[in-house]
Design a protein around this ligand. Structure first.
Ligand SMILES: [Mg+2]
Length: 206
């Protein structure tokens, strides 16, 4: 029972903080998207996290891998744009890897999920997408950098997309004019990562 409660508090808490950080930054994310896209990233992400929050009481009592998978499916259906399928793939694949047979630990599950995102978006490192946050975050996780280190790396990685030229999605139509703007997907990914790290740090016993 204690395990069930701990799991429910963890999943419910993660849903709450992700919803909060996106709500608090939705205008900023849409502003970033207006510069190199169609200006809807904040609105789309907020709609997705609200859809997840609406399912909170059910999701929180699922085993973590199943919850991740279902949150991913909800994001695919509710976010729209490029971000829905990419974030959806990330969570669905992480959940499936963790649920699968064998000794797949979290870093390995995350690695396979990020590869699935890259295939889904036909994108690579340096293309100015959320992958430019996910790859460095994964490297920090593998390096066992600690939660604060992972959060810092996520923020730093999102800032570095400022100097990149977009190679995928709508922003790529701008060519060189996409340089000099932070990628909105990378920014939302960094905000979510940092919020999750802060939350997990608060949960861990001192
Ligand atoms: Mg957009």
């Amino acid at each position: 029972m204690l395990v069930v409660l701990a799991n429910a508090a963890l999943i419910g808490g993660l849903i709450d903080i992700c919803r909060e950080v996106i709500a608090a930054n939705a205008d900023h994310l849409s502003e970033l998207d207006r510069a190199i896209g169609d200006g809807d990233h904040g609105t789309n992400m907020r709609r997705g996290l609200e859809a997840v929050y609406a399912e909170r009481s059910r999701l929180a009592y699922l085993p973590l891998p199943k919850a991740l998978e279902e949150i991913g499916l909800t994001l695919v259906m509710s976010v729209g744009g490029a971000a829905g399928p990419l974030y959806g793939t990330l969570l669905i694949e992480t959940g499936r890897q963790l649920a699968g047979s064998g000794d797949v630990d979290f870093p390995r599950a995350l690695e396979r999920a990020i590869d699935a995102v890259a295939r889904r978006g036909r994108a690579s490192a340096g293309d100015k997408t959320l992958l430019d946050v996910l790859y460095p975050v994964h490297a920090e996780v593998v390096r066992r950098a600690g939660l604060a280190g992972v959060a810092e790396q996520a923020e730093r990685a999102a800032s570095l997309t400022f100097g990149m030229k977009a190679m995928r999605g709508r922003a790529s139509f701008l060519g060189d004019r996409s340089i000099g703007h932070i990628d909105p997907g990378a920014k939302s990914c960094a905000l979510l990562t940092a919020a999750i790290c802060r939350f997990l740090e608060e949960q861990s016993p001192a």
